[in-house]
Design a protein around this ligand. Sequence first.
Ligand code: NOJ
Length: 581
Amino acid sequence: MLTPLRSTLIVMLLAFAGTAPFSGQEATQNPTTPQSQPGDPWWKHAVIYEVYPRSFRDSNGDGVGDMNGITSRLDYLKDLGIDAIWITPMYPSPQIDFGYDIANYEAFDPQYGTMADFDRLVSEAKKRNIRVIMDYVANHTSDQNAWFQESRSSRANPKRDWYIWRDGKGRGKPPNNWQSWFGHSAWTFDEKTGQWYYHYFYVQQPDLNWRNPEVRKAMYDVLRFWLDHGAAGFRIDAISRLFEDPNLHDDPILPGKNAFGDPNIQHKYTDDLPEVHDVLREMRSLVDRYPGDPVLISEADEPTIQDLDKMYGPNNDEIQLPMDFKVADLNKLSAPEFRRLLDEIEFNPLEGQPYFFFNNHDQARTWDRYGDGVHNEQIAKLMAALLLTTHATPQMYYGEEIGMRTTVPTRIEDVKDPVGRTGWPKDKGRDGERTPMQWDKSPNAGFSTAPKTWLPVPPSAAQYNVAAEQYDPNSIFNFYKHVIALRHEISALRDGSYVAVNRDDPNVLAYLRKAKNGTDPVLVALNMSAQPETVNFTLKGFGVDGKSLHVLLAAPQPANSELSLTGVKLEPFGVLIAAVE
Ligand code: NOJ
């Protein structure tokens, strides 16, 4: 007899074929969405999707993606099972760092659209139960921001202290040895007033002085502005860089040189200063005053698990979802290493919600970082299963669901990212992971009708695109869609506990997810090796009585969907997600 759970899953499987996600029709609702769960805040169960607006969909044929383009693809996102989108900055900007250099925090760059377009995006998203998370670049502005223009105009200007200005150590000598993340000194000399300003990132991205109460107030007003416009929360950029040592101690020098040819340094006096946490608490108390559980997500590659834990705040009163860069950056398929990292964050003392991602606009796509050149499609499915079946809130990046790859420029003249121009050829920058979304096999992969897109469309678009993959039951796209649906549907996967099993297995990462009431346990087994593996499971010690496995999703699909707990065969990089019965 079919249990209600199994029959729902079969209905879902049948529903995969033949949908037309971006045909303009309203997509059907998922039977159980995270939002409909009583009690928990929505972000604990949401699947969050990062949209890089320049590259998602160009609605006006100028070769650059825009807001109306995103709105036109909301049905696609709904069909995929996405609950919230985080959109990287669309504010007015000289686009030196493609939006991370903000000239005005409370408006939109016309190339992306207008405030009315944004209001429409938010309201159309809401109809589909999709929330919109804004990017909040707190550490720095653009040098074209009116605040900086005033600040640099004279030493006596009332906004002088809104940025970090210091005297140098002598002619042509910066105040100390601090380095920019984007290469070379973090100080730039300003002829007009004869002082140096500090920029953790590019020369055109001066750091705000968060010790100044007026800066704090102005930046908190920015949060209010977007919450009032319907933002569901913020992804906070570079949060650990907010404060610097006021005494300007030199950073310790480490052996070797970096990609920019500078000595390696430890950013001891510019990263993770304790003052960051006072600001995080203030931000959290501000957003907590708004209805709808707005979320704060932090971008910060914390050096240790202790630093990552601290982001939750001593009373869970800082960041709800700190991004886990340790998991994201492992860069090798190692079951023992993933097991250790998952345990580390899963059992954090504050029981803060883990937050995982593998792809974003700053790092090479998983296809290239984890693929072995032989089993890449299979590995893409394995990474999807890992991202979407642990207890952590998952964050995807546009195009990972169709197996997009990193396509780096081959000539420096073609490089758009400033990092790539400074770091060439050792660091070719981040253009490779920002190429246009591959919608179909028409010109420009259906991204734009322009003669030339801002970054070229990769050749792989001919084979890996939404239109082609939608109708292929074995595609990466349908694997993602299926695993997201399972995550929404099955309580154990959505909000259940996590425990690693077969802890000594060197090749297979396996874990058990159990619903809060202990029913319907789900076992996930991921073969992280290029050899077939045979695995035995003894689950009694984990409080699970079941004696067999019912396959919910597997790649490749086994011949039989009922398996014993012993002798479970996994193909190279094989994935098994099964109900324990
Ligand atoms: C992190 C952002 O993700 C990256 O794209 C940007 O260049 C830096 N912060 C500076 O804002």
